[in-house]
Design a protein around this ligand. Structure first.
Ligand code: NAI
Length: 329
């Protein structure tokens, strides 16, 4: 039987953590043949709550779960980690400027990057979920110089999944009929959900929609502002859907994406599509042999160009801010 995979989850006692851990332990992250050991990281005040969640994990008697360890120290939590799910982050407080938010998160993600560099397994894969996810991933990556840069991703899979459902509803088709949808740029309100290369039942999705006003005034803002709509309705931010997207992202990264389709992942740019090299930006991506490849050769029209550039500009500004704070090179 396979050796267990060490999965480190930060913010384990939070609401995403509560939706995520049980699915990891049941085998949905890596596959039903892969045993897992969970390594939970929390701040000291939340360790007790994490212990409570661990008790419930025990009470599920998951056949694949081979151990649970709880830490309040990043250096220990990332020892031997094969997968790091960086969920714990500093939320934006009242009156907090974006620079303050980035700085507060630097205080979390810098030491985690250092811990990953010092102690993670050679095959470590890191997914930043905590916001601002793309720039938090960049900070982490910068403090783990011995880990290949492409092992640091940020999550736009929730945006991707949200867009799939909005398009399926519009066209009255099943999710399974839709392929090759893309989220470009930042996991923020500037993100660009692109259906111009998407296919529905083998035909172009934008042509099937045939309604530019719906794309611009309905589809794009609905997807980009979905997080706020969930908070408004639920009184709390997306948690189960965010956990589901993290499962999807890592599952596909490790096991590959299906032939004839792609997904969306925020990965370090190699300069493709005019995105400055090094920015961790969302692209159309396939996973082969355990690594993401940015889908090449898509024609980008003027409308899409403007949308991609606007979101990428925001990512560049975030990078400038954290550079100014000495958090990235
Ligand atoms: P939450 O507030 O319920 O949980 C966060 C947990 O992180 C708390 O238990 C807190 O104690 C812990 N934490 C704080 N600092 C930590 C540190 N230094 N080390 C370890 N743990 C630490 O928040 P929730 O709802 O679970 O969301 C977590 C993050 O995910 C937020 O930043 C949220 O904005 C983000 N998010 C991202 C999405 C995406 O699509 N990329 C979607 C939804 C949420």
């Amino acid at each position: 039987s396979k050796a267990p995979v060490n999965v480190t989850v930060t913010g384990a006692a939070g609401q995403i953590g509560y939706a995520l851990l049980f699915r990891i332990a049941s085998g949905q992250l890596l596959g039903a043949d892969t045993p897992v050991k969970l390594r939970l990281l929390e701040i000291p005040q939340a360790v007790k709550a994490a212990e409570g969640t661990a008790m419930e994990l025990d009470d599920c008697a998951f056949p694949l779960l081979q151990g649970i360890d709880i830490f309040d120290d990043a250096g220990q939590a990332f020892q031997g980690a094969n997968v790091g799910l960086l969920v714990g982050a500093r939320p934006r407080g009242k009156g907090m400027e974006r620079g303050d938010l980035l700085e507060a998160n630097g205080g979390i993600f810098k030491p985690q990057g250092e811990a990953i560099n010092a102690g993670a397994a050679d095959d470590i894969r890191v997914l930043a979920v905590g916001n601002p996810a793309n720039t938090n991933a960049l900070i982490t990556q910068n403090h783990a110089p011995d880990v290949p840069a492409e092992r640091f991703n940020a999550m736009t899979r929730l945006d991707h999944n949200r867009a799939l459902t909005q398009l399926a509803k519009k066209l009255n088709v099943s999710i399974n009929d839709i392929k090759k949808l893309t989220i470009w740029g930042n996991h923020s309100a500037t993100q660009y959900p692109d259906i111009f290369h998407a296919e529905v039942g083998g035909k172009n999705a934008a042509k099937a929609v045939n309604d530019q006003a719906w794309i611009e005034d309905d589809f794009i803002p609905t997807v980009a502002k979905r997080g706020a709509a969930i908070i408004e309705a639920r009184g709390a931010s997306s948690a189960a859907s965010a956990a589901n997207a993290a499962i999807d992202h890592v599952h596909d990264w490790v096991n590959g994406t299906p032939e004839g389709d792609w997904t969306s992942a925020a990965v370090p740019s190699d300069g493709s599509y005019g995105v400055p090299e090094g920015l961790i930006s969302s692209f159309p991506a396939v996973s082969r042999n355990g690594a993401w490849e940015i889908v090449q050769g898509l024609e980008i029209d003027e409308f899409s160009r403007g949308r991609i550039d606007a979101s990428v500009r925001e990512l560049s500004e975030e990078r400038d801010t954290v550079r100014g704070l000495g958090l990235v090179k």
